[in-house]
Design a protein around this ligand. Structure first.
Ligand SMILES: CC(C)(COP(=O)(O)OP(=O)(O)OC[C@H]1O[C@@H](n2cnc3c(N)ncnc32)[C@H](O)[C@@H]1OP(=O)(O)O)[C@@H](O)C(=O)NCCC(=O)NCCS
Length: 460
């Protein structure tokens, strides 16, 4: 791993740093040679940003970049140099037992893992607006696996505070890598505390999120160092398990789920060529087909308030029992994860005649910047977090949720096929997306879990 700037500089020096006298000699000696290939990175960097983007887009379109396995089939042919050294089940193993892959180590390494010269670890102090902004910039510029130059994440400071500072968060788990010469943040990985139930086992572990490496430092094996260092810091707190999700296949998915999308503003999604949008009819018919009612139908449906925390806590606790993988939320966590915050999280509850809460639905918002479009500059997606229904008609309640999300300006609504979501996905005209989301446990093995037995959703 090397600083891209110094790498580029070195490459430029290597090709142009020859002294004048030598140059002459070389010219003479090499006169017979055809001009050799120029360094591709230096060439790319010398182009204007717009040209670089164009090339990136073309590479993406032709899938020339090396990519990690997206399917089990591809995964079987891939050599996991790093993951094979980690306490995770091997791909292809059929697991019938429950327990850690390795027992917690008696002594945890005291010194941080070393980074290559020129880079340093930094605990990101997210209470500093400047640091939070730096993280926001890193993610907004780089938190995209494939850059097709159409849309980019647009995380807000409030969203990152919500996602990274739940009750009992620890600063040392907000793990950054900076370049020494200019202090630029070029890598990040985070963990937040989470109590999770896996089958009958209840365990305090961490949720790992926001793994990100600057685009110019990709494929240089920074990820294994980030993961090892975060693991060490988590181990230091006496925790040895983690839960995380990824779109790629790693050893070994606990569950593999699919995204489903429901257009709320089809015209706009079509105009910005929203990735994965499937259109089988002409736009006018499709807009009509996707039309939603103007108002909600479920009696007693209203926005969640702080007074609902205890009621929701009981409702969710009972609801989560039926899954093999679910969160165990404290009262403080229910408040943190569900209480509405503008442009971050929305939660609606249904209150019965006797005042008890019978249903809940929540969704979090992801914003995107639309690039290179003459009209549209932004796009908002709502992601279903929790949906627990005991009294209302689930399809009606979810349709109401779509109505509410649309009225709040969201352009698309997405949901995973986890929990009981399959009861409404097709009925409400969600269409299945090409991308999967795989769930993983670090240092824990247990039998595979089908999507409808997954009761845990991990916002980015
Ligand atoms: C994900 C990302 C950090 C990987 O960086 P990279 O430069 O491609 O990979 P590196 O050379 O640093 O490391 C490669 C190793 O990391 C592993 N890896 C890659 N992506 C991973 C992920 N999302 N989770 C866990 N491990 C991952 C690879 O499998 C490989 O290990 P292996 O030899 O065992 O197969 C980078 O592509 C990125 O920032 N992407 C945008 C954000 C993103 O998609 N984050 C992940 C969200 S789950």
């Amino acid at each position: 791993m090397t600083d891209p700037n110094s790498l580029d500089k070195k490459l430029t020096e290597d090709t142009s740093g020859i002294s004048k006298g030598n140059k002459k000699k070389q010219k003479k000696d090499d006169a017979w040679k055809p001009e050799g290939p120029r360094d591709p990175i230096a060439m790319l960097n010398s182009l204007p940003e717009s040209k670089q983007q164009e090339i990136q887009r073309a590479l993406h379109l032709f899938s020339l970049g090396p990519s990690l396995p997206k399917t089990l089939q591809q995964a079987k042919k891939h050599t996991y140099r790093f993951w094979e050294t980690q306490p995770v089940p091997r791909l292809g193993d059929s697991i019938e037992t429950h327990g850690p892959v390795v027992e917690g180590e008696a002594s945890v390494r005291k010194e941080p893992y070393s980074l290559p010269q020129g880079f340093s670890w930094d605990i990101l102090d997210l209470s500093s607006p400047t640091v939070l902004k730096e993280l926001c910039t890193l993610l907004n510029e780089n938190y995209m696996e494939e850059d097709d130059n159409t849309i980019k994440f647009d995380f807000s400071l409030e969203y990152l505070r919500w996602a990274l500072q739940p009750p009992n968060w620890l600063a040392q788990w907000h793990c950054g890598v900076r370049v020494d010469i200019n202090n630029k943040l070029v890598g990040f990985i985070a963990a937040v505390p989470a109590d999770v139930r896996v089958y009958e086992m209840e365990k305090r572990m961490v949720q790992v999120k926001f793994l990100c490496v600057h685009k110019k430092l990709r494929l240089k094996r920074m990820t294994p160092v980030l993961i090892r260092e975060l693991t060490r810091r988590v181990n230091q707190q006496g925790l040895f398990q983690a839960v995380y999700t990824a779109g790629i296949v790693l050893p070994t998915p606990l569950s593999s789920c699919r995204y489903w999308n429901r257009s709320l503003n089809l015209r706009k999604l079509t105009e910005v060529s929203y990735p994965g949008l499937r259109q089988t009819m002409n736009l006018q018919r499709a807009v009509k087909f996707n039309r939603l009612p103007e108002v909600t139908k479920t009696p007693g449906l209203r926005s969640m308030t702080k007074e609902d925390v205890a009621g929701l806590h009981s409702l969710l606790k009972a609801y989560f029992r039926k899954f093999h993988l679910s969160p165990i939320l404290s009262l403080m966590e229910v408040e943190h994860w569900l209480l509405p915050r503008d442009n971050v999280i929305d939660t609606y509850v249904v209150e019965g005649d006797d005042g008890t809460l019978t249903d809940v639905v929540s969704f979090y918002g992801a914003s995107f910047r639309v690039l290179n479009h003459p009209v549209h500059t932004g796009l908002r997606a709502a992601h279903l977090l929790y949906f627990a229904s005991t009294a209302a008609d689930p399809v009606e309640l979810m349709e109401d949720t779509l109505v509410l999300a649309k009225s709040k300006g969201f352009d698309i609504f997405s949901a995973l096929d986890v929990m009981d979501n399959k009861t409404f996905l097709e009925k409400l005209k969600f269409s299945i997306n090409d991308t999967s989301l795989h769930y993983y446990l670090y240092n824990w093995m247990c039998p595979n879990v089908s999507p409808d037995k997954v009761g845990l959703v991990l916002p980015n």
